[in-house]
Structures are given as structure tokens and as C-alpha cells.
Ligand binder design. Structure first.
Ligand code: BV8
Length: 234
């Protein structure tokens, strides 16, 4: 059976109406990353950070999964959780709302909040009071450990196919996944509007809502690609 690991980034949600992170001015939704997406930023100005994430969370009420999210659910249903795992860098819940269950949200989830001391998680769809400092967004900020990294790497070493969809490859450690999978014999595929500059075996360029359904059809209608027989290079 073909084992597929898919990594998604903000690009898969753009056609649902959510903007990507890195705009032309390098700022993040008009904010400096250090001010809104680091533990230091939260400690320095919790009001700004809660307000920033309240705004992003509110936007989720107005968007829905698009055909790219739905195509990945079709792939999971055809291959089963043993055959396909989705790793998303996105904190929106569009994959989950589309029906993906074999999924790791490695940068957290906007519709959950986390107790700063106990780590307890709570589902949360509304605004968090801006003065709140005990409950923070359940989001991995820069300088914080990503979620589920060890099992993700283990799956990458066993993958037949690794596909990165809608990601610029800016953020570590997600931007190492293609190289890890390739060194262990996987065929690597990039699906994006344009090449990210990272090294992939194949490139499918165009809007995710067109390219991802076509990619899923190709995976489901062709035999598993020949894997290199030797172990991982590294
Ligand atoms: C860690 C949550 C260690 C917050 C996010 C110097 C060099 C290298 C690395 C570092 C460095 N200094 C620091 C680091 C590490 C740092 C990092 O990578 N920094 C970068 C900025 C240089 N990483 C970390 O800190 C990570 N943690 O390393 O911990 C550690 C170990 C042990 C113990 C303690 C600590 C944590 C990183 C997580 C940060 N949090 N998100 C929030 O979302 O508010 S990252 C953030 O960027 C989002 O999750 C986002 O998903 C992610 C990646 O961005 P993309 O998804 O790729 O989005 P982007 O806008 O960039 O690109 C969109 C793409 O879509 C484009 O390519 C575009 O062409 C394409 N596209 C657009 N439209 C479409 C499309 N494609 C198809 N169809 C379309 N229609």
C-alpha cells in the first residue's frame, strides 16, 4: 500500500478566503512576528496578542473548506490512517471541518486555548478577554517546540510519497520534511502557485483547488512509486 505524508501551509486555505502569512512587506497581518507570535510578545503585551488571535479566530466564522481540503479527505478515506497522514502548519480548522482525522496540527489550533501552567486545552470559538493571561492561544509561537515532531519524522522515514502543499518553506522544522523524506526513499512533490525553491522531485503549479484534486486522483489511480531499497541516507 502507498504510504503518503502530506504537509500543508497557509496556501491551501487562501482560496477559502484566509490570507497567507508572508505579505510583500514581510510583516504579519500588519504586525511584527516578534510582537504577536512569540512568548516574549505575549508576556510583554498580552492585550495585543489576544486581540490579534481574536481577530484571526473571528475570521474562521466566515470561511469554509475548499476543494483542496476535501480532496485530502478523499485521499485519507481511500488509503486509511495507516496509508495517509496529514501534517498541517495551519492553525485554522478547515482540514478538521472538511473531515480529516489522520492529522497533526504541528503549530497548534486557533479554536483551542491552553492553560499557561497546566497545559490543559479548551475548545474556544469566541473572543478571549484581551486582559487574559492564564489562558493563551493554543498556538506554537516562534521559539517554542512544535507539536508531534517525533512521530512526524518517523512517518517521513517510511513514506513512499511526500507532498508539500501551499507552503513557502520559510519555517523550521517543517521546511526540513521534504529532505528527510527524500533521503529515506520517498518521491517528493510540491504543489504551489510557484516553486518555493526547495528541492522536490515533482512540481504541480497552480491554485490548490485545481492541483490537489488532480494530485489525489493521480495517487489513487497509479501503483505505489518504486522506493529506493536502501535505508535513509542520513
Ligand atoms: C522551533 C503559529 C525549537 C503562529 C507558526 C533562523 C534560521 C532558521 C530557523 C530559525 C531561525 N531563527 C529561529 C528559527 C526557528 C523558527 C523559524 O523557523 N523561524 C523562521 C521565521 C526563520 N522556528 C521555530 O521557532 C519553531 N520552533 O524551532 O523550536 C525548539 C526545540 C526544542 C525546544 C524548544 C524549541 C516554531 C515555528 C512555529 C511558528 N508558528 N504559526 C500563527 O500562525 O500565528 S508558523 C506560521 O508560518 C504558520 O503556521 C504558517 O503556516 C507557517 C509557515 O508559513 P506558510 O504556511 O508556508 O505560509 P506562507 O504565507 O509563508 O506561504 C504560503 C505559500 O502558499 C506560498 O508559497 C504561496 O505561493 C502559496 N500559495 C498561496 N496561494 C496559493 C498557494 N499555493 C497553492 N494555491 C494557492 N491558491
Amino acid at each position: 500500500m502507498t504510504r503518503v505524508v502530506v504537509l500543508t501551509g497557509a496556501g491551501i486555505s487562501v482560496e477559502s478566503g484566509l490570507s497567507p502569512f508572508r505579505g510583500p512587506d514581510g510583516l504579519w497581518e500588519g504586525h511584527r512576528i516578534a510582537d504577536v507570535a512569540t512568548p516574549e510578545g505575549f508576556a510583554a503585551n498580552p492585550v495585543l496578542v489576544q486581540r490579534f488571535y481574536n481577530g484571526l479566530r473571528r475570521r474562521l466564522n466566515d470561511v469554509a473548506p475548499n476543494p483542496a481540503h476535501v480532496a485530502l479527505v478523499r485521499l485519507e478515506q481511500a488509503l486509511g490512517p495507516e496509508g495517509m497522514h496529514l501534517v498541517t502548519q495551519n492553525i485554522d480548522d478547515l482540514h478538521q471541518r472538511a473531515g480529516s482525522t489522520s492529522i497533526t496540527a504541528m503549530h497548534g489550533e486557533l479554536r483551542k486555548i491552553r492553560h499557561v501552567r497546566t497545559g490543559e486545552l479548551l475548545p474556544w470559538t469566541g473572543d478571549v478577554p484581551e486582559s487574559e493571561t492564564t489562558w493563551r492561544p493554543h498556538v506554537v509561537w516562534f521559539g517554542e517546540r512544535t507539536i508531534g515532531l517525533d512521530p512526524i519524522i518517523e512517518m517521513l522515514t517510511r513514506a513512499d510519497v511526500f507532498a508539500a502543499i501551499g507552503t513557502s518553506g520559510t519555517v523550521y522544522p517543517a521546511n526540513q520534511f521534504a529532505a528527510i523524506a527524500k533521503s529515506c526513499g520517498a518521491v517528493t512533490v510540491e504543489i504551489n502557485l510557484e516553486p518555493s525553491g526547495m528541492d522536490f522531485d515533482e512540481g504541480w503549479f497552480g491554485p490548490a483547488t485545481e492541483q490537489v484534486p488532480a494530485f489525489v486522483d493521480r495517487i489513487l489511480h497509479t501503483a505505489a512509486p518504486a522506493r529506493r531499497l536502501h535505508d535513509c541516507d542520513n
